[in-house]
Each structure stands twice: as C-alpha cells, then as structure tokens.
Design a protein around this ligand. Sequence first.
Ligand code: NOJ
Length: 768
Amino acid sequence: MYEKKTALSGALMLLTLLVPSTAALAQHSPFSSDSEQRARALLKQMNLDEKVGQLTEAAGIVMPGLATEKPDNAIAQGKVGSVLWLIDVKEINRLQHIAVEKSRLHIPILFGFDVIHGYRTVFPVPLGMASSWDPSVEEQAQKLAGEDARAAGIQLTFTPMVDIARDKRWGRIVEGAGEDPYLGAAMARAQVRGFQGDKLGPNSVSVCVKHYGGYGAAEGGRDYDASYIPEELFRNVYLPPFRAAADEGAGSFMSAYMDLNDVPASGNHWLLTDVLRGEVGFKGFVLSDAFAVGSLVTHGYAADPSDAAYKAITAGLDMDMASGTYMNNLAKLVSDGKVPMATIDAAVLPILALKYQLGLFDNPYVDESKVDQTLSRPEGLALERKLAARSMVLLKNENHTLPLAKNLKKVAVIGPLADSVHDIEGGWTVEGLFGSGSKSHPVTVLAGIKAALEPDAQITTVAGPEPSKSFLGLLDQFSGKKVLPPPTPEETADWLKKTREAAEAADVVIAVMGETSGMSSEASSRARLDLPGIQEQMLETAVASGKPVVLVLENGRPLDIHWAAEHVPAILETWFPGTEGGSATADVLFGDINPGGHLPVSWPRSSGQEPLYYNHNLTHEPEDRPNFTSRYWDISSKPQYPFGYGLSYTTFKFDNLKLSKTSIKAGEATEATVDVTNTGSVAGDAVAQVYIHQRYGSASRPVRQLEGFRRVALKPGETQTLTFPLGKNELQFWSPQTKVWAVEPSTFDVWAGEDSTAPLHAELTVTR
Ligand code: NOJ
C-alpha cells in the first residue's frame, strides 16, 4: 500500500523540514526565534494524541451531513488545534475557555474563517481590487478586514486566493487577481502585508495562501476539475504569486482540491515539499482545503482514509481541514511505524509557533464588548467607498456620455441588479456565509444615483424579473435564494414594454446588469458568459429608444457583451463593488471621481475563445499575417478588451521610452524610462505598464509579459517620467530545456503604455 517512492520522499521531506539551519529558517520565516523556541519546548511535553490534535481543524458549527456534534469534548481532550466556520464571538470564547482551561497543556485554539474581502464592511471582490492596479488598495482593505477579524476572534484567514485564472468560465476567477503572474504577485504581497503587517503579531491575522497550486487551471473552467500544467508553465505562470506571498512571510498555505498532473494537490509531495519547502523556502504550515484529505479517497488516489492520512502527511500537508482523517488515523500510522514521529513533529511545530507569534497563549479571548464597535467603524465605510471607485474600469465612453450631469431631471434605472442589496457585496461575505446574515447596510446603485441627483429628479425604475428568476433559476448557493422558474413570454413582453416606456420618457437610461453574486464563486462555473436572463433584451430595448444608455456592470468575471460593446455608448465595470458600492458607482458616473482601473484579465468576445490570455506564445503563423493564421472562422481571436485596458475621463500620452543601457550582460540590469502626460482637461490616473518579449532562446517565450506597472495621478498637462528596472527578476525564466531559472542571451522587445497592446517600443540586447 505504501510505495517505496513515497516513503523515500517522506524521508527527504524530513531532511528538508527537520534540520534546516537557523539561517535558512530565518529567511522566510513568519515566526520569531522566540516563538519557535517556545513551540519546540511545548512540543517536547506533548503526547501523540495531542500532537495529532494540533493537526486537526474542526468545524465550529453543526452542519447537516458534515459536523454532527459540537467539538467541545474533542477540544477538552486536546484533539482539536483549530476551528473554522464560526463567527459567533460568544461561542468562540466558550470554545477557547474549554481549550485553555480544560485541555492538559492549555493550548489555545486558532480560529479560521474566510475573510476574503472584508468582515462587516465589505470591500470590492478581489478581482475588482486587482483592477485598481494599485496594490495599496488591497493592502488598505485587508488591513481593515484583518483588524475587524482579529477583534471578532478570527486569527487565521483563508485569504489571499492567488490562483492565476486564464479561463473566465471558472467561477473562482472573482476571488483572485486575474491572469497575470506579475500583477498577481504584487496583489498577493499586498494582501499578506495588509493582514499580517510587517510581522505577524498579537494584533494581526495570519493569511492562508490558497489554493496551492494550479487550481485555476481546471479543465474547461469547471471548478474542482483536474489541472494539467507542465513544469515550466507551473513555475513561470502559476507559482509566482505563491512565491511572492511566501517571501512576504505568509503564515500558512492551503492545498488545493484538484489533481495536479494526476496527483491530487493535497497529497502531492512534489508540490508541497519539493517546490514549496525545498525551492520556495516556505516556513509556515500547510492546511488542506475543506475535506480535501478525506477526498483523496474519492479522487481514487488513496485506498482508504488511513492511506489518505498517510499520503497527505508524508507529502507535506500539516493540518487537516474538517475531514477528521488525521484525527482518526494518524496516531495509529505512527504507532504502527508507518509514519515517523519526526514527521508529525515537523508538522506540529509551525502551528504552535504561529499560535505563539499571534500572542494567543498570552491573550486567547475576545473582548466581546468591543466587537460591534470595531466592526461598525465609520472610517471603514469611507475607505470602502474610496477603494471601490478606484477599482472600477471604464470600458467604453463614446461622445463623452460620461460623466453624467447631476442636474438631470429624468433618469430611467433599469436591470435586476440596480437595487439588489444582496448582490452588490459579491460572494464570500463573512456574516452572510456562516453567520446569521449580513449586518451591513449595502448601498445599491439605485440608492447611490438617488443620493447624487437633485431631490426633484424623477427616477423611473424597471427591475425586470428578480435575479434568481431572471437568471434561469441558477442555484444561488451562497444567498440560499429560492430557485424560480424563468419568466413566461407574457411576463417578458411586459418587462420589455415597461423598459421601452421608461427609456422613452427619460433623458438618460442607466442599466445595471450582470450576474448574481453567487454565479461567480466556488462551484459556479459557466459555459456561457452572456448576460443571463432577459437583461440583453432589456438593454437592446433601451438602446432602441434612441436615448443615451449607460451600462453599469456588476459581475465576478468578464461577460460576453459583444452587442453592448458595439451599441451601448458607455460601459462601466464595477465588479461587485462592496458595501458602499452604489455610492462609489455614483461618484464615478457623475464625475466626482475619474475612473482609473484597468483590466486584470483579457476580456473575451465569446466564451468559445476561452481560455483567452494575453501572455501566450507566438505561433508559426501569428494572427496578423494574411493566411493560415491562428484564428477562428467566425470571430476575431483578439479579445473584446485587452489585458491592462481601461479608459479615463481624460487622455494620456506615452512618449520617450528609453533604456539606460541598450545592451547588458546576463545578470546585469538596465532601466526603462517613459514619459506619461495627461493630455486632457481633467485630472486623472494613468496606469503605466511595461511589457517584454524575449525573441529567441532555449524556449519560446510569451508574445508579451508584464514586468512593471505604476498607477500615477496626473493633473491636466502634467508629465511624469517613470522608471522601471529591467534586471534578473524581470528577464529570467525557468526553461524546460535547461531546467534552471536564468537570464538568457537574446534580443528583448520592451514596450510601455496603457495596456498590453501598447505600441511604444525599445530594444534590449542581452549578451553572455
Ligand atoms: C472551500 C474553498 O475551496 C476554500 O477556498 C475555503 O477557504 C474553504 N472551503 C473554507 O471555507
């Protein structure tokens, strides 16, 4: 049952984990040497059951079919090290008292939860925040979310999700930073800094970087499905954000659900030990995704739960989330001599060190009297409004349709999302998930518009069928909304009639459309990317009225809006903008804020183009050649909007791209400088982006890859000269032929501009 290779790998893992030099430990360690020493001392006092207890994360609530009883007894016996899915502070304190007062060694529990984009104050979904191209947006949001979470008793968040997603059908694209490893790495670092601060401590929350690794490459965009990623693609594209998070001192990682190259991630020694510990140098602990250790059996990888526990622990997976497989099998595997005690010790050590580092031994309880006050801080809402506006992307603005005048007298606001309190915050909201419902008071787009217009403005609304009906009864799993049948032809005709009448009577139509929050999330893949339900018909009806129409999108992934891209004069992407999302949308629509977000993904014309991403390789006949090109018969193979794209109410010019040295030796660095000028009449933010392409070498390289960016605020007429380093970090890659990271002698193209099609070009020679 236990192959030699796995046992050998297990032994190698021990070498990596147990005898690291102090210098190596310090390199990326989230822990101080004091926390480590205290952890080692405590470990010496622990018996096997207590050690396995620390490797067990239990569900804090009773869920039908999952956890059938409260974990009180197990906690008292020291059999539970961590608890998840619990946000009731009284219950958190009650369980903590059991752990600290009744268990033999008084080891506190680590409470974990999915604090993905805010606690009570909900920030834009992560894909939205990545659209800001401003890592400080993520850092500020996660700092506030972390302070709230910690005050409410959560010390471990299952954030950030740093999975690269190249396929928009995959619903979890909403939780990450999109398709690019460089942007993804910047956003990953920012989130670690936001939650953990400069160093993990008594006021911070440990991140759990997920889903390691390659989860975003699920075949067909179907969540949980297998990923097949060649080693070079894994290292060059999927690994960088994880590496960045580890470098930033991430306390823990979460293993992914899916098979990676036929070996489930949660039992994959290459992934969890060889790469993560051996190469990346990660020193925290690895937690499984929920039930993932148990489901190694379901995958057809483990023979039974005991084999699953064996394969996971020897692969390098330290803590079992919710499946109980470690709790029920590890002790016997050790006493039977199949798993060495040293393997268990190596897994327990970083978990204890984290608890010391977080100050849990000194101060394990929540101050219940302060929770509500902290979660309702008004500065949180003000910050949310600011960051939400910063995350919006202006996709189209023909004839200066936007910004709108605030003295408009007749406005039609149409679409099922215009006043949907539930959807504007997106999925994965803490209080909505396992709490008793959201305690925030989200501002919808309709409410935001009303507040911006003068009191005598007439606003006509036509919602259309309610989202779960309009969207063809798709199960909105996170809202728990009832599935309704689609509208009848009579109902549809009636909604379209109302739309036509409202549009004809209005000066401007604002259509708020997209997806429900549950449609892009876990287990929420889509085969079609169109506007669901009768939204497109409502939009076409509004445009047919001849009145100016503004399409405001609320969605968790790019949608197929090819008709709108041609016929609707203005389109604003707001993603799911959060609690103050409606106010922020109005700030942008009425010009109080000039939008400056850019796309962190390539926007497809049709789902048939997926996976569509900008950093693909050249082919033998690239698309712009005349014959036999890489193209479809029926549509362009180019995106509707390219990666990095975004408009503003002003215009920018990029000029004078220069390299400080046009020829360098491999290993040396040059600097690219570029002038950016605001050529319009209002202040605005430009997002300067630098792309490179290696023309030849030991492997084909992407046609373009992002290697630098900066969002800068420019007054009308102002020019700034920006400098970007181009050295080892930017020019190296991992080659499938040489099997090393290296900068190769070659000619490099360098571009700078406002998206991934920027024409401004320079050339760099790299010699041996
Ligand atoms: C499953 C999800 O895949 C993961 O992202 C999440 O953190 C865990 N459940 C815990 O809720």
